[in-house]
Design a binder for this molecule. Structure first.
Ligand SMILES: NC(=O)c1ccc[n+]([C@@H]2O[C@H](COP(=O)([O-])OP(=O)(O)OC[C@H]3O[C@@H](n4cnc5c(N)ncnc54)[C@H](OP(=O)(O)O)[C@@H]3O)[C@@H](O)[C@H]2O)c1
Length: 339
C-alpha cells in the first residue's frame, strides 16, 4: 500500500485525533495528511481565529472534519479541553528557538501534553522530536551510522549554545518517561532539517530560510558543513504511519531523506534557478570538504515510507516562497525533467 493512500484497516480514520501546533509548518501538513486519510481532526493553536491559521480551514475535508481550538502547552486545562474525546494526540507544537527562556516551555509543555492526553483517555501520542536531539555529538566516529540509538551530547549542546537541541532532548526524554508512567502508547518521529512547500503563510520561512538566503546571495559564503534534509510531506506521512501501525510501531523513527554538503545544496539551487545571485563561495575555501555522515531511516522505510528526492523538495520550496512573496519571482528557464 502506498504510504499516502487511505489505510483500510481498523477503522482508525473514524476516530477523533488532536494535533498541537496545527498551524505551523509541519503541523499544517500533519493536519492535511490526516484529513486526506479520513480522520476527524481537532487542531490546537494559541490563536485559532488568527488569520495565520485560516489556511487550515481551507484544506480539503476541513469543513466537515476539522475544528480548531485554543490551547497553550503551558495551560493544562486548555490541553484537557482540546483532547476530550480524542483517541490520539500528535504533539507537534514547540518553540523552535535557542532562547533559554523557551526551553522550559518545550519540556514542561510536553509533560503537560502527555498528562492531559492520559487524563482525557487518549491511547496514543506521536511526539515530534528533532535530529537536534540525535546528531550533535562531537565524539561520534565519522564512520558511525546515525540511527535511533543515537543521542546528542547534552553538555556539548549547552556549551555551544544549541539550546534548542537541549530542549528537544529533554522534551523527548520527558515524553517517554511520562508516557510510560501513564500507560500511553508513544511513538517519536525524529525529523531533520525539514524542507518543502509551506501550507501556511509564515512571518519567516523557518527551515527553508537558509535556502532563501543563499538564493538571494544574502549570505556571502556557505559553511563547509553537511546537513540532513527531509521533505515536510514525508515528515507528515511518517507521523500518521507510526500512529496507524501501533503496536508494530513504537519508539523512535529517524526521519532523514538525505545528507548533503552545503556546496551540493547551493549547486542544486544554481542549476534550478540560474537567474538568482546564488552564494558561490565556501567559507573554508581550499580546505578539505566535510564528509557526509551515514544514517539509517530503515525503520520508516519498513513502514512503507518512500522519501521524496531533495531536488523536488527544494524546487517546490522555492516556487512556494516565490508564490508567498518571500522571494522575488524569477522563473526557471525550463521545467525540470524530474517533475
Ligand atoms: N522545521 C524543521 O526543520 C524541524 C526539524 C525537526 C523537528 N522539528 C519540530 O517540528 C515541530 C514543528 O516545527 P515547525 O518547523 O513546524 O515550526 P513552526 O512552524 O514554528 O511551528 C511551531 C508550532 O508550535 C506552536 N507553539 C509554540 N509555542 C507554543 C506554546 N507555548 N503553546 C502552544 N503551541 C505553541 C506554534 O503555535 P502557535 O500557532 O500557537 O504560535 C506553532 O504552530 C517542532 O516540535 C520542532 O521542534 C522541526
Amino acid at each position: 500500500m502506498s504510504s499516502s493512500s487511505k489505510a483500510s484497516d481498523g477503522g482508525e480514520q473514524q476516530r477523533l485525533v488532536c494535533v498541537t501546533g496545527a498551524g505551523g509548518f509541519i503541523g499544517s501538513w500533519v493536519v492535511k495528511e490526516l484529513l486526506q486519510r479520513g480522520y476527524r481532526v481537532r487542531g490546537t493553536a494559541r490563536g485559532p481565529a488568527d488569520c495565520k491559521n485560516a489556511h487550515l480551514l481551507a484544506l480539503e475535508g476541513a469543513k466537515e472534519r476539522l475544528t480548531l481550538c485554543r490551547a497553550d502547552v503551558l495551560d493544562r486545562d486548555s490541553l484537557r479541553a482540546a483532547f476530550a474525546g480524542c483517541h490520539g494526540v500528535f504533539h507537534v507544537a514547540s518553540p523552535v528557538s535557542n532562547d533559554p527562556e523557551l526551553v522550559p516551555v518545550a519540556v514542561e509543555g510536553t509533560r503537560n501534553v502527555i498528562n492531559a492526553a492520559a487524563d482525557m483517555g487518549a491511547r496514543r501520542v506521536v511526539f515530534t522530536s528533532s535530529y537536534g536531539a540525535v546528531h550533535m555529538d562531537p565524539n561520534r566516529s565519522p564512520d558511525a551510522v546515525l540511527d535511533e540509538t543515537c543521542w546528542s551530547d547534552y553538555e556539548f549542546c549547552k556549551k555551544t549554545d544549541n539550546l534548542y537541541c537541549c530542549a528537544k532532548m529533554m522534551a523527548e526524554i520527558t515524553a517517554a518517561e511520562a508516557a510510560a508512567r501513564r500507560g500511553l502508547e508513544l511513538a517519536v518521529v525524529v525529523p531533520c532539517m525539514t524542507m518543502g512547500p509551506m501550507l501556511h503563510q509564515p512571518r519567516s520561512v523557518s527551515s527553508n530560510h537558509h535556502v532563501a538566503l543563499y538564493l538571494m546571495g544574502i549570505k556571502e559564503t556557505y559553511p563547509n558543513a553537511v546537513a540532513a534534509y527531509v521533505d515536510v510531506r514525508d515528515v507528515a506521512r511518517a507521523h500518521v504511519l507510526v500512529y496507524e501501525r501501533y503496536p508494530a510501531s513504537r519508539g523512535r523513527y529517524l526521519c532523514i531523506g538525505t545528507v548533503l554538503h552545503r556546496a551540493q545544496l547551493v549547486a542544486m539551487l544554481k542549476e534550478f534557478f540560474p537567474q538568482y545571485p546564488v552564494t558561490a563561495r565556501c567559507e573554508d575555501d581550499g580546505m578539505p570538504m566535510a564528509k557526509p555522515y551515514k544514517f539509517c531511516s530503515q525503520r520508516l522505510k519498513d513502514q512503507s515510507l518512500e522519501f521524496t528526492p531533495l531536488r523536488k523538495s527544494l524546487y517546490e520550496a522555492v516556487l512556494c516562497m516565490q508564490h508567498k512573496g518571500h522571494l522575488p519571482a524569477i522563473k526557471p528557464q525550463q521545467q525540470r525533467a524530474y517533475l
